[in-house]
Design a protein around this ligand. Structure first.
Ligand SMILES: Cc1cc2nc3c(=O)[nH]c(=O)nc-3n(C[C@H](O)[C@H](O)[C@H](O)COP(=O)(O)OP(=O)(O)OC[C@H]3O[C@@H](n4cnc5c(N)ncnc54)[C@H](O)[C@@H]3O)c2cc1C
Length: 427
């Protein structure tokens, strides 16, 4: 198939020159159905002009949420561990909340019962739990800095400083060694599998509403080398998380380090009196507690650097090592954790980008040269959106939008330099 390389296809621009009758539809491949891939797919459909015919094939060897996204803790707020607003935190926060709404709306118009084979075990019934997040202060050295950061918080995600009494009103028996906690009432906890299913449904709804002009297909297939797709698509967007390094043409070429994380699922036995307060926030500390319900929570996470093990399955031995590491950290702020019982564990492999002066930023950009794709009029056909590190949920919305717009316009300059500068050292 002959590729068509449009000048710019975002809907705000004039689309007159692209709505040529009988022109074959533009074809895009998105590799990976995690946070990154589905966000790009959504914006390819949403931000392309209404009258342009376009089809998106999303490839995933496992299915929706088959990688780190599907097992992630789902904790979402725009701040660093010291409470500093992350790079472009306002845009990321806004865009991510927007995508959550999109997914919730799509799911509410459909049955919410999990489809057979989806990776939903151990999750609560919610897609987005809006109960805030509480971070007890545990380090006297950083307390001043955290208090300053709290004063400079986003109006759209405020940070309140609470004393022991205020914090214990939210979570009784919480332990506050420094009599201080930071509370993000607007922060949320996302059930990642349900969210991703909802977002894919929203993509399908968007395609359906286009009356045949747009199309999206999920292709359950493993891609070993992206060059096998050359010629078939107008652009290929690689969103393979930590497995990007397993692609033949990209192995060792991206500055990423892998890091395996185990999350444990704990339950409070029915026979135990009391339960986690219904409106109680999740807790961030050296170990975090992502609350799923009054008697169910996830405790995470471990950090096993340079692991190549991307299996979500956790052996009994790995689970008991994770518990031995996480329980003392959780107990230091929430002693009640000792009443909870182990109910399972899952794991994922993070793709960690280098630390820059702006923090750990994902890697975006056109990679034609890097993978040795044949030159074709200087057009960008192969793109990478990876290295979402430990904050993929926050980053995927805004960066997915930027990525999709760059692809539609075939213009890498639409991506901020901070996200493409990694390429200087990788050519
Ligand atoms: C334990 C743990 C806890 C986390 N908690 C949080 C959290 O609370 N908040 C937060 O923001 N982030 C969290 N993260 C980080 C977050 O999960 C990642 O940043 C994010 O999932 C990365 O998304 P992705 O789409 O880039 O990759 P992935 O989700 O890994 O998606 C890649 C997809 O590509 C598919 N794939 C891989 N290889 C191939 C191939 N060759 N062919 C076809 N398909 C393929 C996979 O099946 C997968 O579905 C956590 C991560 C871990 C491991």
């Amino acid at each position: 198939m002959t590729s068509v390389f449009p000048r710019c296809l975002v809907s705000s621009s004039s689309s007159a020159s692209f709505s040529v009758p009988n022109r074959p539809p533009l074809r895009y491949a998105v590799l990976g159905a995690g946070f990154a891939g589905l966000s790009v797919a959504w914006y390819l459909l949403k931000d392309s002009p209404k009258d342009v015919r376009l089809s998106v094939d999303v490839y995933d060897e496992i299915g929706i949420g088959g990688g780190a996204s599907g097992v992630s803790g789902g904790l979402l707020h725009p701040y660093s561990p010291k409470g500093k607003l992350l790079w472009h935190g306002a845009e990321c926060w806004r865009e991510c909340l927007e995508l959550l709404n999109v997914a919730e709306t799509a799911a509410s118009s459909f049955s919410t019962s999990p489809s057979p084979g989806d990776c939903n075990e151990g999750f609560g019934d919610f897609m987005v739990r809006r109960r805030g997040i509480l971070r007890p202060a545990t380090n006297a050295k950083t307390l001043g800095l955290m208090s300053d950061n709290a004063r400079n918080c986003l109006a759209s995600c405020v940070v309140e400083t609470l004393d022991k009494e205020g914090a214990q009103k939210l979570v009784p028996n919480l332990c506050l060694p420094l009599n201080c906690a930071f509370y993000f009432p607007g922060a949320v906890n996302v059930n990642p599998q349900r969210y991703l299913q909802g977002l894919f449904l929203a993509c399908q709804n968007s395609a359906r509403a286009s009356l045949g002009r747009k199309n999206i297909t999920l292709v359950k297939k493993s891609i070993d080398d992206v060059l096998q797709l050359e010629g078939e698509y107008d652009a290929v967007v690689i969103c393979l998380g930590s497995k990007i390094d397993f692609l033949a043409s990209l192995t060792g070429k991206l500055p990423l380090r892998t890091c395996r994380g185990v999350i444990t699922h704990l339950q409070l036995p029915e026979t135990t009196l009391g339960s986690y307060p219904e409106g109680g926030p999740s807790i961030l500390s050296e170990a975090w507690l992502a609350v799923q319900g009054p008697r169910s929570l996830h405790m995470g996470s471990t950090w096993e650097w340079l692991s190549r093990n991307h299996s979500p399955d956790v052996s009994a031995e790995e689970a008991s090592r994770a518990l031995a590491e996480l329980l003392p950290k959780a107990r230091a702020v929430y002693p009640e954790i000792d009443k909870w019982e182990f109910a399972g564990a899952r794991a994922g492999l993070r793709a960690m980008p280098p630390v820059t002066s702006h923090g750990s930023l994902p890697l975006l950009g056109c990679v034609n040269q890097l993978i040795g794709a044949a030159a074709s009029g200087g057009s960008c056909r192969f793109w990478v959106f990876g290295g979402l590190g430990s904050r993929g949920l926050l980053y995927h919305g805004w960066l997915g939008k930027l990525m999709a717009n760059a692809v539609l316009c075939c213009n890498e300059e639409l991506i901020p330099l901070e996200l493409t500068s990694w390429k200087k050292n990788s050519q």
